[in-house]
Design a protein around this ligand. Structure first.
Ligand code: SAM
Ligand code: SF4
Length: 342
């Protein structure tokens, strides 16, 4: 257990140091990806959201407790109004050296507008999601997305000096056959590619077992096209990395349904309403908005927030419980990825 304190590191009951925070700054998005959302999503009322000032205070409390990597995500983080204000505020922690990295995961649509300013805020790397290079398939997967717009976003990010990594969710019938081409394309442009197995998060319109494509199978098939050399590089998350000898690029595989990364898990996730999930695959969560607002009302520092944070990290579970229920088709975890952030 932690010794509570304003600057004590966040160590969970299994001795893991929590140093990485993902923050979903909005549950809204300009796409409706089939594995992520239903087409007629009901979004949270605006009043339930943390304000940008509150998000800054919340993130800064984590930084004070030793979190040194911060990733903003969503929903689509760049559709939140004035989101650049938050990046600008948070960049002070990069300047002070408390934060090693400030980054984001984005669908790329707003990159032409924001890439330069993100770079100016100290952002150096971005993950951009792209599941297909075929315009029709891309639209089928994202429902509302246009491939051209995302490709322009990727150009803009690279032109601004941001290092881009592409995230691709592997979907059996939709893009499984495109993976070798996607590897050549991404690596040819100096971008890493990470494949993600679909995760059973939130109700969507459709059957997840239809879309599930195990990455173990993808890896076996890729080995007939490429020489895959395992890399030691680890992030504390569920990704495994390899080098593709033919392209010289890096390929990641995120297999969240396996348990083999939990022992090194260094991360927690905060939603846009201030709920902290200590594990992506479990429902247990802690409300940090109430103590944050109480501290603000009482004007006495972050005492309630810090106590709530200690209590929450003290409950971080050893591992997760993902399963795709093949009979009921119910998601193992009821919330959507757009709530917790990817
Ligand atoms: N809108 C941004 C984007 O698409 O990059 C950020 C949020 S999105 C929820 C983050 C990542 O989660 C994306 O790469 C997306 O493909 C992935 N994702 C969403 N739902 C998923 C699911 N059910 N299983 C696996 N990955 C999922
Ligand atoms: Fe939006 Fe990202 Fe979810 Fe697609 S995966 S609907 S882009 S939040």
């Amino acid at each position: 257990m932690n010794k509570p304190g304003a600057d004590a590191p966040l160590i969970d009951p299994f001795g893991r140091h929590v140093s990485y925070l993902r923050v979903s700054v909005t549950d809204r998005c300009d796409f409706r990806c089939v594995y992520c959302m239903s087409e007629d999503m009901t979004f949270l009322p605006k009043r339930d959201l943390l304000s940008l000032e509150e998000l800054d205070r919340m993130c800064s409390a984590f930084v004070a407790r030793g979190v040194d990597r911060l990733r903003l995500t969503g929903g689509e983080p760049l559709v939140r109004r004035d989101i650049l204000w938050l990046f600008r505020r948070l960049s002070r922690h990069l300047d002070s050296g408390a934060l090693q990295e400030l980054t984001l995961t984005s669908n790329g649509t707003q990159m032409p507008k924001y890439a330069r300013e993100l770079y100016a805020c100290g952002v150096r790397r971005v993950n951009i999601s792209l599941d297909s290079l075929d315009a029709d398939k891309f639209q089928k997967i994202t429902r509302w997305g246009k491939l051209d717009q995302v490709l322009r976003g990727i150009d803009a990010a690279q032109e601004a000096g941001l290092q881009v990594k592409i995230n691709m969710v592997a979907l059996k019938d939709l893009n499984g056959d495109e993976i070798p081409d996607m590897i050549r394309w991404a690596h040819g442009r100096g971008m890493g590619l990470t494949l993600i197995e679909t995760m059973p998060l939130g109700d969507i319109d459709g059957d997840r077992t239809d879309q599930y494509l195990p990455l173990s199978q993808v890896r076996t098939e890729l080995a007939t096209h490429f020489t895959l050399e395992p890399l030691a590089h680890r992030t504390g998350g569920p990704a495994r990395y390899m080098r593709v000898a033919e392209t010289g690029g890096r390929l990641g595989m995120i297999t969240p349904l396996t348990h083999n990364f939990c022992e090194s898990c260094n991360r927690v996730r905060l939603t846009c309403t201030g709920t902290l999930y200590m594990c992506l695959g479990q429902d247990d969560a802690a409300d940090l908005r109430t103590p944050l607002r109480r501290d603000a009302q009482e004007g006495a520092g972050d005492a309630h927030l810090m106590a709530a944070l200690d209590e929450a990290i003290g409950r971080k579970p050893k591992g997760h419980d993902f399963i795709i229920d093949r009979r009921g088709q119910k998601p193992a975890v009821a919330r959507h990825m757009s709530v917790t952030g990817g």
